[in-house]
Design a protein around this ligand. Structure first.
Ligand code: AMP
Length: 291
């Protein structure tokens, strides 16, 4: 199965406009590569939303706050292309950093989303979300898809992109896809590669803690601050170093209010060894608790 690949934005534009001229819908899946089953789920969702699927692989230097993290980021283009070919992806776009940022990072226009870009991971990774919103905006302008697909694994990122698209009136439908997990619950992530065997074991604690908080919430525990503190302590006891554990409203990522908000999300970011991992779990308080 052959997969057309291009690093040239003009070719992408030409192909997409040909598809559109023949009445086809185009779905776009932006990634940083090192594809795992989570990414492939996005591709499958893209296929459901449109006849043509375009995937990009670009390790975006603007969203890294640490040069070592950027240079260590796994790059596995050959394997990624094989996986995308097997799913019959129509076009893979692999722009160079030089073509995206021809005058360097400093000189490039930034798109920033207030508050949603500054809280949680934004507070711990300076400039990260400006890097994300800028590259996603630019890729949207280059590709001009009908739909674009993102993972709920990066819940804050998904909220930020939805807000950017609404605020800037971009005619693109954003589709969120549930998090794919390993058999023991760990959310799939390219960064899991950084875990040693023992850290990989410890990392399962993240999902366990999220599940504990979720079941407490479903059992009507209303001490949200207490739940957060307990969750942080139990991560620390497992030699995991949490940056935050928060119980928020899904709609806008404001602090959830007991007895007022019902659609919640528990978000966590933590260091396990060298890896910085994030995860989240949605909770709908109108659901009955699981047995
Ligand atoms: P990345 O390559 O890490 O920038 O991720 C590209 C896209 O894949 C983003 O929309 C992520 O939210 C999504 N993604 C990453 N991991 C997962 C996962 N385990 N399940 C679902 N989507 C994911």
């Amino acid at each position: 199965m052959s997969l057309p690949v291009t690093a040239d934005c003009d070719e992408v534009r030409q192909q997409v406009s040909d598809w559109k001229r023949s009445g086809e819908r185009v779905a776009f899946v932006p990634t940083m590569g090192n594809l795992h089953e989570g990414h492939l789920q996005l591709v499958r969702a893209a296929r459901k939303s449109a006849g043509r699927v375009l995937v990009s692989i670009f390790v975006n230097p603007l969203q890294f706050d640490n040069a070592d993290d950027l240079s260590a980021y796994p790059r596995t283009l050959k394997q990624d292309a094989d996986a995308l070919a097997a799913l019959h992806v129509d076009l893979l776009y692999t722009p160079s950093a030089q073509s995206i940022y021809p005058q360097g990072l400093e000189q490039h226009t930034r798109v920033t989303v207030p508050r949603l870009g500054d809280i949680l991971c934004g507070a711990h990774r300076e400039g990260h979300f400006a890097g994300v919103s800028t590259i996603v905006c630019k890729l949207f302008n280059q590709v001009q898809p009908h739909t674009a697909v993102f993972g709920e694994k990066d819940f804050q990122q998904l909220a930020l992109i939805r807000k950017m698209v609404t605020d800037l009136a971009m005619p693109i439908k954003i589709i969120g896809v549930p998090t794919m997990r390993e058999a023991d619950g760990l959310a799939m992530s390219s960064r899991n590669l950084y875990l040693s065997d023992s850290e990989r074991q410890q990392a399962t604690k993240l999902y366990q803690v999220l599940q504990k908080v979720r079941s407490a919430l479903l059992n009507d525990d209303q001490d949200y601050d207490g739940l957060q503190k307990t969750a942080i302590a139990s991560l620390q006891n497992a030699a995991i170093y949490p940056e935050y554990v928060e119980i928020l409203r899904q709609s806008d990522l404001h602090k959830a209010r007991p007895q007022q908000d019902s659609k919640l999300v528990i978000v966590v970011a933590a260091k396990v060894g060298k890896a910085r991992l994030i995860d989240n779990l949605q909770v709908n308080l109108n659901e009955s608790p699981s047995p």
